[in-house]
Design a protein around this ligand. Structure first.
Ligand SMILES: NC(=O)c1ccc[n+]([C@@H]2O[C@H](COP(=O)([O-])OP(=O)(O)OC[C@H]3O[C@@H](n4cnc5c(N)ncnc54)[C@H](OP(=O)(O)O)[C@@H]3O)[C@@H](O)[C@H]2O)c1
Length: 272
C-alpha cells in the first residue's frame, strides 16, 4: 500500500480529457469540489460549448475555482499540441500535485466482429485516439511538472479484462492502456498510477450505442437490460468512488480497480 502524501485537498493542477459530457463532466464536478485552494482544472475535448457547460457546473459548486478549457481533437493532437496546452494553463507549475485523468474514449464498434476488421488506417485512427495520444500526453505531462507529485489516471473498463463480441477495438484499446499504465507505475515509483473501471454508466456513450442500428444484438440486449433494470450507474456516484480511492490511496500503484471491487468499498465510496 502506498503511503505517499495527500493527493486530494492540496493545491493541484488537474487535466481531464473528455470533460464535455458523461463521466468526464462528473469527475470534473466531484474533483472541483475537493481540490485545494489555488488549484486549476484544465478540461479538454472537442466541443467547446459543452466544455463551457461543464465549467459552469463546476463553478456553481466551487465558485472562483480556476477552470480552463481547451478544444482539442485527441485523434490528431501531438506532442507540440499537448506541450502548448499544458504550458499555456499551468501558471507557475509549482502545484503540489499534478493529475492527468485520461477519460476521453470511443466505442469503435459498429456490429463488426474482429475478423471483419481489415482497414489498418481505420484501426490507426481508433488507437491514436484511445491509446497513442494517452502515452504521448503522459510523457508531456511528466516533462512539464518537475516539482509536483505526479498522478496518472486511466479511465479503464471491465472490458480491459473481459471480451465482448464486436468490441475488438474497445477491448484491445482498454487492455493495452491498462498494460501501459502498469509499466508507467513500475518506471515512475514516486508517482501514483491508477486504472479505474467506473462500472456501467448512464452516459451519452450508451445512448449512442443503443441508437446505432448496427449494434450487435447480443450487445444491444445486454445494455437494454442494464438500463431497464436500473443497473446503469449515475456518473456522479462512480466519480465519487474514484475520488475516495485517490483520497485513501489504498491501491497499489498501477492496479486495475473496479467500481464494484472491495477496495473501492473500503475506500468509502461504493456501497454496492
Ligand atoms: N459509459 C460506460 O458505461 C462506461 C463504462 C466503462 C468505461 N467507460 C469509459 O469512461 C470514459 C467516459 O465514457 P462516457 O460514457 O462518459 O463517454 P461519452 O459520454 O461518449 O463521452 C466521451 C467524451 O470523450 C470526448 N471525446 C470523444 N472523442 C474525442 C476526440 N476525438 N477528441 C477529444 N475528445 C473526445 C467527448 O467529447 P467531445 O465530443 O466534446 O470531443 C466526451 O467528452 C470512456 O473512456 C469510456 O470508455 C464508460
Amino acid at each position: 500500500m502506498s503511503t505517499v502524501k495527500d493527493i486530494i485537498g492540496v493545491r493541484s493542477f488537474v487535466m481531464i480529457t473528455g470533460a464535455s459530457r458523461g463521466f468526464g463532466r462528473a469527475v470534473a464536478l466531484e474533483l472541483g469540489k475537493v481540490v485545494g485552494a489555488g488549484s486549476t482544472l484544465l478540461l479538454v475535448s472537442r466541443n467547446r460549448a459543452d466544455l463551457e457547460t461543464t465549467k459552469e457546473i463546476v463553478r456553481d459548486a466551487r465558485p472562483g475555482l480556476a477552470v480552463e478549457l481547451e478544444s482539442i481533437d485527441l485523434a490528431t493532437a501531438d506532442k507540440t499540441t499537448f506541450t502548448n496546452v499544458v504550458r499555456a494553463n499551468y501558471g507557475s507549475a509549482d502545484h503540489e500535485v499534478a493529475i492527468v485523468i485520461h477519460n476521453a474514449g470511443t466505442l469503435g464498434q459498429d456490429g463488426r466482429k474482429i475478423t471483419d476488421l481489415t482497414d489498418i488506417s481505420e484501426m490507426s485512427v481508433y488507437y491514436q485516439l484511445n491509446l497513442f495520444h494517452v502515452i504521448c500526453l503522459n510523457s508531456v505531462f511528466k516533462s512539464c511538472f518537475t516539482r509536483s507529485k505526479m498522478v496518472y489516471i486511466n479511465i479503464s473498463s471491465i472490458l480491459a479484462l473481459q471480451p465482448l463480441t464486436t468490441w475488438g477495438n474497445y477491448c484491445g484499446g482498454k487492455a493495452a492502456r491498462d498494460a501501459v499504465f502498469r509499466v508507467l507505475a513500475v518506471e515512475e515509483p514516486d508517482s501514483q498510477v491508477l486504472n479505474y473501471a467506473p462500472g456501467p454508466l448512464d452516459t451519452p456513450m450508451i445512448e449512442e450505442l443503443l441508437a446505432d442500428e448496427k449494434t450487435d444484438p447480443v450487445v444491444r440486449t445486454m445494455f437494454e437490460d442494464l438500463k431497464r433494470n436500473g443497473s446503469l450507474l449515475r456518473p456522479a456516484d462512480s466519480a465519487a468512488v474514484l475520488i475516495a480511492l485517490l483520497r485513501k490511496q489504498n491501491f497499489k500503484s498501477g492496479d486495475h480497480v473496479d467500481y464494484y471491487d472491495n477496495i473501492a468499498k473500503d475506500a468509502g465510496g461504493s456501497t454496492q
